[in-house]
Ligand binder design. Sequence first.
Ligand code: LUZ
Ligand code: MOS
Length: 751
Amino acid sequence: MKFTNTDTRLHVRGESVFLDDMNEPGNLLHAAIFYSQVAHGRIIRLDVSQAKAQPGVFSVLTAEDIPGENQIGGIIPDEALLAEGSVHFVGEPVAIVLADTRWQAKAALKHIVFEVEQLPVITDPREAYAKGELIAPERTFAMGDVECAWDKCDLVFEGRAESGGQEHFYLETQCAQVEPLENGHVKVYSSTQSPTVVQKAAARVLGLGQHYVEVEVRRMGGAFGGKEDQATPWACLAAVPAYVLQRPVRLVLERHDDILITGKRHPYSSDYKIGLSRDGKILAFEAMYYQNAGAVADLSTSILERTLFHGTNSYFVPNVHITAASCRTNLPPFTAFRGFGGPQGMFVIEAAIQEAAIRLGKSPREIQEINLLEEGDEFSYGMFVHQARAKRSWQELKEQYQIEKLYSEVDKFNQENAMQKKGLALMPICFGISFTTIFLNQAAALVHVYQDGTVSVSTGVTEMGQGVNMKIAKIVADTFSIDPDLVKIETTNTTRCANTSPTAASSGADMNGKAAQIACYQIIKRLKASAAALLHHNDSEVIQLKDGKVWCEGRETDLDWKTLVIKSYLSRVDLSAHGHFAVPNLHFDKTKEKGNPFAYHVFGTAAVEVTLDCLRGTYEVDRVMIAHDMGRSIDEKIDRGQVHGALMQGIGWVTMEELTYAEDGRPLIDTASKYKVPDIKFTPQVDMHFLADADNQYAVANSKAVGEPPFMYGIGAYFAIAEAMRAFRPDKELLVDAPLTTEKVLRYLYD
Ligand code: LUZ
Ligand code: MOS
C-alpha cells in the first residue's frame, strides 16, 4: 500500500490550500479590524467618517450595523461582537474597515476617531476574586473529609503555585472568508475547530436561521485549542459586512494583531494545603485555584471544570477539597489550549509533592510512586479508576530506561560539578477522555460509495495538522477491508455533517472515527445482502468483505469489491449512509459534582533530564523518556508525532514561554519576536515506549486519544530544573512560579 498522509505530502510541496491561499472571488473586499487600545473604559466618541473617505475604502461598519444580535458568547452571553458603550480589554473589536486591498483597509484604521474615558483596570485574578468579579459561581469537588484528616497526618503544610499563560503560536493566524449567496444565504470559510459554533454565532449576528449559514473548513494551519472558540469572532466579523454589503469579505489577522489580541492559555494562581503520613502517603489535599479568565467568559467555566477533574492528577487521595473560581479581569479573554485547564491543576499537586519530598527528606519519586492510582480507586468526582495503567507505565518506564541508574549518575554528576547541575524528574499523567460538557460527546459521518468503488467520507472532525483525516481514512478502509487509496476524506461542512462538536478534548478521531464506522456498517450490510443474491445464497451472514474481495462461507470468491459495488448500484442498492455516534455511559450531576464524566483515562509516565548552567541560569533539556498508554495505535507515526509535539509544547509552557502585561492591562508580548517557543535546537533526545497489549475497548479500533495527554509530560521539565537549582542552592525553598525562565533561575541562584 502506497498510502501516506496526504496532508503531509501536500504540506512539504507547498500545495495544501489554507484559507488565505484560496482563489480570490472577483469582487472580494478585505477587512481590517479597529480595536480598543484601552483595557477598560466608557466610549465617549466613535467617528468613522474620515476612515470611510480613505482611498480604496468601501465601507466601515460598527455595532449599529449588525443586522442581528450583537452577541457571540457561547456558554455565557457576555461577549459583544463589536464594542458598544464600553470596552473591557485591549484588542476588543470596535469597527470593521472594508477596502479593495488589505493594505488600504489597514491604512484607514488610523483615521478612526475613538475616545474613551478610562476606568479602573484589574489584571490579577486574586484581586478580581476579592472584588467579587466572577464569571460564574465558584465550584468545589470534595471527597472524604479533609478537616478530619489533617490531625491524622504527620506532615501538613500550605503553599502557593503560579502558572502562566501560553500563546498558541499556530502558524496560520485567525482568518475567515464569507461569501453572500443567493436569497440571503451565506457561505463561511473559517479556520475553526468548531464549524457549528461558527454557524450558530454567524446566524445570531446576522439574524438568520442556521439553515441559511453554511460553514466550510478544509484545514487549519495549527489550532491547539486557539480555534475552538476564538475563530468565531473573526468569522462573524467577516460575515456581517459580507451580508450587509453583499460582497465577499476576507479577514486575515496579521501575526502582530493575533499575538496581541487573541486568547491564550489561562494563567492560574493557586493555594494548596497537603497532608501526608511519614512514609509519604498523601492523606488529604485542599486547593483553591484562581483562574484568570480575562474580560469575557469564552470557555473559561468549562476549562475551570477540567482543572478540578485533574486536581489530583494520577494519584489516589482519600480526602480532597478543591475549589476553583473563574475571575474576570481586563485582559483579552483566555481560551482553550491543549489540556484545557488540566495542566494548571496537575502543576499544583506536583508542586505540593516536590515540597513534601523536601520536608520529609525523601525523593519526590518515592512519594509519587506510592500514591499512584490503582484499579478501583475513586476520583474526587465520583468516578472509579478502570483499566488503571498508572503503575504499569511507571514500572515500564523505570525498567525500559533504567531510571534508578540514571538517578545515581545525576547524583554523581552533581557531586563532581560545581557550576553545572543536573536534575531528573518523573512526571506521571492521567487525563480523562470526553468533553466534560456531556452533550458534546457525539459525532456524525456521511459516507458515499461511488460506482467505481471509491469512497467519500465526511465527518464533523476538522483537520488541524494532527492527522485525523489519515486516521479516519484508515478506519474506513479497514472497515470495508479495501485499499486506503480508495478513500477520500472531504472537507468539514455543516451541510454534510450537522451539529458538529468542536474538534477538541482529544476526542476527534475517537468519536468521528466511530461515526464513520457506523455509517460503513450500514453500507456493508446492504452490500452483503447484494453479494448473497449475486452468489445465489439466501443468507447474507455467510458473506464477508476481506482484502477487497467477497468471501462466502469462509472461502474467497471471484467477486471483488469494485464488481460488487457496481452490480449493487445497478440493482438499485443505496450506497450512501449517515452514521451517528454518542459516547455511552456518560453522566454528571453538577449539584453533587459527582458522576461518570469520562469514557476512559489515558495514563503514562515521563522522565525528564536537564542540565543547568549555574553561572548563566541557562538550561538544556537533555533527554525525555516516555512510557505512554496509546491503546492500539491507529497510526504509529502520527501518534508519535502527537506525543512529541505535545511534550515540547508542555516543556515550552513551563520553561521559556512567558506572557507579561502592563499594569494598565496592555499585553507586553505583542509581536512574535518577543515570544520564545522551543525550537529544534532546544528539542531533547526523546525516547518513547508505547505500552504493549494496551487495547482500549472504549474507543474506535481499540485506540486511545492522543492529542492532549502528553502535553502534561512537559511539567516534568519544571521540576527537573527546580531540582538542579536546589542542587546548587540547597538552602533555598522550592520556587513554584512557571514559566521557569532563565531570568527567574538566575535570580534564584544568586538572590
Ligand atoms: N473543550 C470542551 C475541551 O468544550 N470541553 C472539554 O472538556 C474539553 N476538554 C479538552 C479540550 N477541549
Ligand atoms: Mo481543545 S484545548 O481545543 O481540545
